[in-house]
Ligand binder design. Sequence first.
Ligand code: NCD
Length: 307
Amino acid sequence: MRHLMSPLDLSVDELNTLLDLASDIEKHPDKYAHVCDDKRLATLFYEPSTRTRLSFEAAMMNLGGKVLGFSSADSSSATKGESVADTIRVVSCYADICAMRHPKEGAPLVASMASSIPVINAGDGGHQHPTQTLTDLLTIRSLKGRLDNLTIGLCGDLKFGRTVHSLIEALVRYTNVKFVLISPEELRIPSYIREDVLKKNNIEFQEVERLEDALPDLDILYMTRVQKERFFNEEDYVRMKDFYILDKQKMELAKEDMYILHPLPRVNEIATEVDADPRAAYFKQAQYGVYVRMALILTLLEVKLPC
Ligand code: NCD
């Protein structure tokens, strides 16, 4: 039985096969409409979510399966003191696969060790968010036609933004991917990513503060929100929250074929006037999230695929 805790749980070959499957699902959704007719997905969300939970649920429904779960810790037995290990033992009796989001880093991993069904990490604190990474990779590959030879700018809260951590870990395995890490001093990438992922793999990267300086060189700009819920005090958040605002004027500095991605939710970091720019890909990205989660469910459940 396989779980998904980090993008590194899939080899590059497995990842490419999964993205191929997601693209086939996009082209031929009808072919997959009943492959999970007898399956159930549990979504155990101890932290707020819109896209991740709903796209998991939509993914399972598109495959013909059923969904059950909870969308906040308050409505689960966590409030009574139940451990995630006990919860997953019980959920294993009700469902075939589970997606778990938790504010504590490592909670889905603890659950996976007690589980008799595949567990998918749907975001654990400020640590990892592997299914957002699968979404991001499918989006980049679909729009740019490749995952190698790219200069990728990651902008905003690189310290607490778990989607950024997972995406870097996944992309360093492709050839000639360069990173421009754009953040205020206080929200720089954690040192384990800088040392153990970037430097260790001899990846070319720069850390800069000004978005304007980085924009002209980028093939992809990955914007992120300042992660309010991970700050220790409100004042620091208020000081940081509008540090970057991508607007029409700044977009004039970008290449014609640079795409803007954002895991969403957006707060102020992308002005709504940018939404009409053909390079704005963040809503399309949310749609790709459904295809890739369908592909992931099929892969982890080892469902026999239609020809
Ligand atoms: C992200 C998350 O939860 O980490 N959202 C998402 O899943 N699409 C990004 C964020 O909350 O800023």
